[in-house]
Design a protein around this ligand. Structure first.
Ligand code: NAP
Length: 319
């Protein structure tokens, strides 16, 4: 699998990032290990988790994904083969709490959250440490200082901002430049080929969709990238209803061209979506969740698929 350079040190990350959100909860331990093993065999190395996955699943604690990864690293000796990303900011402050009880991105809490994550993961550092949300109740300078502490302590190699707008990321980078602190080098927002209806409110709590401004910003900020989550719309390209927030004429137009290009390339809809994302003018790394090894293999082939200029133009023009 192709690698691209991310962040100030140019860390080589695979073109596909494996989302570990459901590993250890929806996917049991044996299947989770199989998926992770196969990801490495396919040449993948970039794995994304968070300190809250998946607290909303039944009696979930939010610890399961990190704990699962920690057991897999220990069992397989794979920690150094992985560029490991985790996040802080969405963990409820108490068991049973919801998104509205998310931990703050205060300097103190960022440090404590990372130490808790490292203990669950059984490692002394993560490669990418994300702010899981834009915490407007904490001064941005304090959040920047908290993430800088993590880098200075050698517990994180780079830092990024999820569910934030590019203007807030730029503000944070400005503060970091002024104080000699570690700056966000990646964004993680929702993004796929289909666009939600303009102005619609996404039903998934906390999801922030990448805007055209975000993509323009990243395309003109060297060393950065967008980690595009829900890139496969949770399976809705092939097997689930798209939902009311995608109900508009642009969806029909885009699906029509998507099917034409899938037929021309002999690929699946999901693969054309991933190829379109991976070859985007802005630096985009698709982040996918899978519930089987077959889905993972399909995704890996998707990011390797090259669309020709005419196919990209037609996909882009459909609206
Ligand atoms: N920063 C954030 O706020 C945030 C938010 C959401 C997600 N994320 C990250 O992004 C990752 C992926 O998120 P996601 O689960 O929302 O996105 P997704 O990749 O769009 O959806 C994953 C689901 O798509 C289905 N799927 C995948 N490949 C398929 C295939 N070849 N054929 C049919 N169905 C297929 C599977 O559904 P089935 O299980 O039904 O088979 C799978 O569970 C997460 O693990 C997490 O790391 C981050």
């Amino acid at each position: 699998m192709e690698r691209i350079a991310l962040g100030p040190d140019g860390i080589g990350v695979s073109r596909l990032c494996l989302g570990a959100m459901a590993l250890g909860t929806v996917q049991d331990e044996a299947l989770s290990f199989e998926i992770l093993d196969r990801f490495l065999e396919l040449g993948g190395n970039f794995v994304d988790t968070a300190n809250c996955y998946m607290f909303w699943d039944g009696d979930g604690t939010g610890d399961q994904s990190e704990l699962l990864l920690g057991r897999w690293f220990a069992a397989r000796g794979t920690r150094d083969a992985v560029v490991l990303a985790t996040k802080a900011g969405r963990r409820p402050l108490f068991f049973g709490g919801g998104m509205e009880h998310s931990e703050p991105l205060s300097r103190e809490r960022i440090g404590a959250a990372l130490d808790e994550s490292l203990a669950r993961l059984g490692t002394d550092r993560v490669d990418l440490f994300w702010a899981h949300r834009d915490d407007r109740d904490t001064p941005l300078a304090e959040t920047v200082a908290g993430f800088d502490d993590a880098v200075r302590a050698g517990k994180a190699r780079m830092v990024g901002a999820s569910n934030a707008a590019s203007w807030r990321v730029e503000q944070a980078r400005g503060i970091a430049a002024g104080t000699g602190s570690a700056a966000y080098t990646a964004m993680q927002n929702r993004y796929s080929y289909l666009k939600p209806r303009p102005g619609t409110r996404l039903p998934e709590g906390g999801h922030v969709h990448a805007s055209e401004d975000d993509l323009d910003y990243l395309a003109n900020t060297p060393g950065t990238a967008l980690l595009a989550y829900s890139s496969l719309l949770s399976g809705a390209y092939v097997k689930k209803p798209l939902g009311e927030h995608y109900a508009h004429p642009g969806t029909d137009a885009r699906l029509k061209v998507l099917d034409e290009v899938a037929s021309e390339t002999g690929a699946t809809r999901n693969q054309v979506v991933l190829a379109w994302l991976a070859g985007h003018d802005a630096p985009i790394i698709p982040l996918v969740g899978v519930s089987s090894v077959a889905q993972l293999e399909e995704a890996a082939a998707g990011v390797a698929l090259k669309l020709d200029a005419g196919q990209r133009d037609r996909l882009n023009a459909a609206a």
